[in-house]
Write a protein that binds this ligand. Structure first.
Ligand code: ADP
Ligand code: MG
Length: 255
C-alpha cells in the first residue's frame, strides 16, 4: 500500500485541553483504498485525533491535508463536502425515523422540502431523491439490513443502529471515512460483516480510518494499523509487525 496516493495527511497535529495535552504532535498519512486501524489505550487521544481530522474539534497546532488541500481551518461541513466524513462514538441516528428515512436525510444538499418529501413517501420523491433511494437500497442490501428499511431506528438492536450510522455516512459518498469504535457493543457476527463490507468498499477506492479495540478485527481487516499512546503515535505497521515489537506489546497489547 506504500505506493498508493496519499488522501489524508496529518502533520504535527496537536490538541490541548486547558494545558492537558490530549494529542501531542501526531503525523501520519492515509493511502487511498486502505482500511487503516487506530488502536491504543483509553485516553490515548484517538477520539480527539478523529475529531480534529473531521473538523468537529479545532487543532491547537499542526496541519491537515485532504487530497492535497489544506483543510486545517475548514469547518466539518466543508470537509464533508470534500469527502472527509466521520461517524461518532455514540450513534446519532434519528430514532423516530425509519431506517430508509435516516439514510435519505444524510444526503448532502437534501433541502427541507425534499426531506419532507422523503417522509411523505415514494409517490412524492423526485428524480434526485430516486437516486438517493437507490443508493440507500444498495447499502441496505450490502449490509444485510433490507428487511429493516421501514423499521423505526429506535426499534433496532444496538448493533443495527451502529450500522445505520455507518450507512448514513456512506450515503454521502465519502472519499475518506473516519469511524470511531463502529463495532463497540456489536455482536461479533455483525462486526465481521461490517469489517468485510468496509474492506470491499476500500477495494473500490474508499479510504477508512477506524478506531477499534478488538484486535481480531485489526488482524483480519486493517492494514496498516497505527498505535497511539499518551497522545502520540507509538508505532505503525501490519498487526503481525506490531505484535513483534515489545514496546507496542507493553503499551497496548497486554495493557
Ligand atoms: P481515546 O479516544 O483514545 O480514549 P480521547 O481522545 O477521548 O482518548 O481522550 C484523550 C485525552 O484527552 C484524555 O485524557 C481525555 O480525558 C482528554 N479529553 C478528551 N476530550 C476532552 C475535553 N473535551 N476536555 C478535556 N479533556 C478532554
Ligand atoms: Mg475514544
Amino acid at each position: 500500500a506504500a505506493d498508493r496516493e496519499i488522501v489524508l495527511q496529518a502533520t504535527d497535529v496537536a490538541r490541548e485541553f486547558g494545558g492537558v495535552r490530549a494529542v501531542t504532535g501526531v503525523s501520519f498519512a492515509l493511502r487511498r483504498g486502505t482500511l487503516t486501524g487506530l488502536i491504543g489505550p483509553n485516553g490515548a487521544g484517538k477520539s480527539t485525533l478523529l475529531a480534529m481530522l473531521a473538523g468537529t474539534l479545532p487543532v491547537s497546532s499542526g496541519r491537515i491535508l485532504c487530497q492535497g488541500q489544506d483543510v486545517t481551518r475548514l469547518p466539518a461541513y466543508r470537509r464533508a463536502r470534500l469527502g472527509l466524513v466521520r461517524t461518532f462514538q455514540n450513534a446519532s441516528e434519528f430514532k423516530q425515523l425509519t431506517v430508509m428515512e435516516n439514510l435519505l436525510s444524510a444526503v448532502p444538499g437534501n433541502r427541507g422540502d425534499s426531506f419532507r418529501g422523503a417522509l411523505a413517501g415514494p409517490r412524492y420523491w423526485r428524480g434526485d431523491e430516486a437516486a438517493a433511494i437507490a443508493r440507500a437500497q444498495a447499502l441496505l442490501t450490502r449490509f444485510g439490513l433490507d428487511g429493516e428499511a421501514n423499521s423505526y431506528a429506535g426499534n433496532l438492536s444496538g448493533g443495527q443502529r451502529r450500522l445505520v450510522e455507518i450507512m448514513r455516512a456512506l450515503m454521502t459518498e465519502p472519499r475518506v471515512l473516519l469511524l470511531d469504535e463502529p463495532m463497540a457493543g456489536v455482536h461479533p457476527n455483525l462486526a465481521r460483516r461490517i469489517g468485510t463490507e468496509l474492506a470491499a468498499l476500500c477495494a473500490d477506492g474508499l479510504t477508512v480510518l477506524m478506531v477499534e479495540h478488538e484486535l481480531a478485527i485489526m488482524d483480519d481487516f486493517c492494514d496498516p494499523v497505527i498505535v497511539m499512546a499518551e497522545g502520540a503515535v507509538l508505532a505503525e505497521g501490519t498487526m503481525a509487525e506490531l505484535r513483534s515489537r515489545t514496546e507496542v506489546v507493553e503499551a497496548y497489547l497486554v495493557g
